[in-house]
Design a protein around this ligand. Sequence first.
Ligand SMILES: [Zn+2]
Length: 432
Amino acid sequence: MPTGKTYERLRADIETIPVIDTHEHFTGPASQEGHKEPIKSLTSGYVHSDIMSAAGEEAGQMLQNGEIPTEKKWPVFQQAWRRMQHTAYARVTKLILKNEYGVEEISLETMKGLTGRLIDLRDKRAFDERMDRHGIRCCLVNVWLDWKKFLAGESPLHERLRLLIAAPELHAVRDFNAVQERAGRVGRKVTCLDEYVDALREFCSQMKARGAVGIKDQSAYSRIIQYESGTRPEAERLFGSIMDDPRRSLGFPAAKPLDDFLFHSLMRIARELALPVQIHTGHMAGIRNDVTKTNAAHFRSVLELHQDVRFDLFHGNWPYAGDWLFLGKNYPNVALDCCWLHVIDSRYARRTLADAVVTVPQSKILGFGGDYGHLEYACGHLIIARDNIAAALAEMVDDGWLGLDEARQVAADWLFNNPNEFFQLGFEPVGA
Ligand SMILES: [Zn+2]
């Protein structure tokens, strides 16, 4: 942690800046978990991936089993924790322990002491209190609901949340039933590719009318984020083959031409409806995946072709910082999003944000998204994000590149004004 005077002053100022959180996976108090067993509640979220990386999948699964008592888990947890306790994911667990329970040390005694007093954010007052305490004005959320019911007017969303349309399932259709499920959301039955694209347009349009502020795509988990255009003939043939026989299903990469065609169609819909598009790039949750397919550099052709669509590139494209900064600098329709990044790699976040000051217009950085399902984890993440932003900007102030007031304004833009404008949320801008 930097300790200089500039850092201390900026850190205190940044604490008072309200935040628009660009990415979460909860619907509000209703989707929070009622915690019963302490080790399970403290090893949820991404820290679980580091535990599996250090101690194996079996240990990870055991610690997440709420039925196994704390005492029985302790030896496995102690050994795993010793191996990974200094990662940024683990730091979020430490922050939850400290801020929610006043616990500074992990031991069997302190863990057992939490039994019966674990927080319950299913309670709306407790949920709102955490949002207020951490200055979270609004969160954009990527969740999975019963879309038919949602479009009919039912909504479990907390009033401070704004919805994104979940994209992968719209373009990665592999069989007849998947096609009809998507189309059925808007009461359609589809018989050909054009009708399917039309149903997607209607779905997105109704979602926008119900408050959706953009589209979110995380296809990078399962495929390279390079999308060819001009694949319509093959797409027609592949789509026809699943229409001709409801028992058939396509695999990947065989389905790529269809997937690519539908992705581009979705981008045209995004243009028509003026919906910005969030794209997962870089590092993935879990373990044993291939990072090379997720590099935002693969997405270059989409960014160049769809110039009227605004793209929000996620996660600092970790570990490909240079490509990420280049895309933000080079394309007017690209913003760079630090969601999840501050706890993937805090030092990379600091370095890259300091680099961004001199390479990328300050209007293009979206400074924070928690990317958690549990609010207490998102809040822990936000503390680290504020630390990182203060550290990056303090470095630039001490270098003589920015004045203190300028640094405060950059922080206010990154954390609030930029996401507010990019997603057209309509809040009053904040000054520094
Ligand atoms: Zn996410």
